[in-house]
Design a protein around this ligand. Structure first.
Ligand code: ADP
Ligand code: ADP
Length: 228
């Protein structure tokens, strides 16, 4: 599924113009990276796709349909979302964290658990961790659970907001490799936010460099960005 931002503006109630007339085509089955320093509007852009934030003007379209016409809850069930804090439910075991969405969609507990185990394998988590609680995992393992949970809905679109920003550099590289491997197989439409140029160059099919209020400073393939 493709995503289109059409002249979107977001002004927060306090007057902050987080995004100013931003337009972008995010092609299907590719990874587009939004690269920019803190506060330039990256998270706001991402959150407009699954309607955690609605634009003040302009529109966000998924396969030509304005997201404003879809209920936020329905939208979030078909769009995966991964943040810096994995956002796991602390009192549920790993397997149940991942199984939550399949359960919501009507799968039996057994089916949902089978799906969760498959996803754990996809993201490189040992099945022995299934019965642990999130706090019993390392930061990197928690992020893997976050990715597995985002994939649990079988979404076409994956929104990733600095998903590997809080883990140490070596683990971060491992997680990037894992995501590349997953992407080779699953070919999701990924919108990935980071302020790390190396991460952008590693993961992006397309990189969009942003300045304040999400003004596009530069965009292109990693090669084009490096050569510019
Ligand atoms: P980034 O993800 O690039 O760090 P954000 O989209 O989080 O940027 O924020 C862009 C700007 O909007 C920042 O100046 C931030 O402080 C402001 N902002 C973000 N969320 C809110 C909010 N809920 N209310 C007011 N200002 C906000
Ligand atoms: P992120 O890790 O995505 O950059 P932030 O730390 O920018 O998140 O923001 C965390 C939360 O606080 C978000 O829900 C965001 O909308 C809100 N927020 C960020 N900046 C402001 C602000 N200036 N005023 C009010 N809320 C804000």
């Amino acid at each position: 599924m493709a995503i289109d931002f059409r002249k979107v503006t977001k002004t927060y109630p306090d007057g902050t113009v987080a995004v100013d007339e931003f337009s972008l085509h995010v092609p299907s089955h590719t990874c587009t990276v939004l690269l920019g320093s803190s506060g330039c509007g990256k998270s706001t852009l991402l959150r407009m796709v699954n309607r955690m934030v609605d634009p003040t003007s302009g529109a966000v379209l998924i396969d030509e349909a304005d997201v404003a016409t879809t209920e936020p809850v329905a939208l979030r069930r078909r769009i995966g979302y991964v943040m810096q804090e994995a956002g796991l439910l602390p009192h549920r075991r790993v397997v149940d964290n991942i199984a939550t969405v399949p359960r919501l969609k009507g799968a039996s507990t057994a089916e949902a658990h089978r799906r969760a185990h498959t996803l754990m394998e996809i993201v490189g988590l040992d099945s022995a961790l299934a019965r642990r609680y999130p706090r019993q995992l390392s930061g990197g393992q928690q992020q893997r659970v976050g990715v597995a949970r985002a994939l649990a809905a079988d979404p076409n679109i994956l929104l990733m907001d600095e998903p590997f920003g809080a883990v140490d550099p070596l683990v971060r590289v491992e997680l990037q490799r894992e995501l590349q491997r997953i992407q080779t197989e699953l070919r999701k439409t990924i919108l990935f936010v980071t302020h790390d140029i190396d991460e952008a160059l590693t993961l992006g099919d397309q990189i969009v460099v942003l300045k304040k209020s999400a003004e596009v400073a530069q965009s292109g393939t990693p090669q084009e960005i490096v050569e510019a």
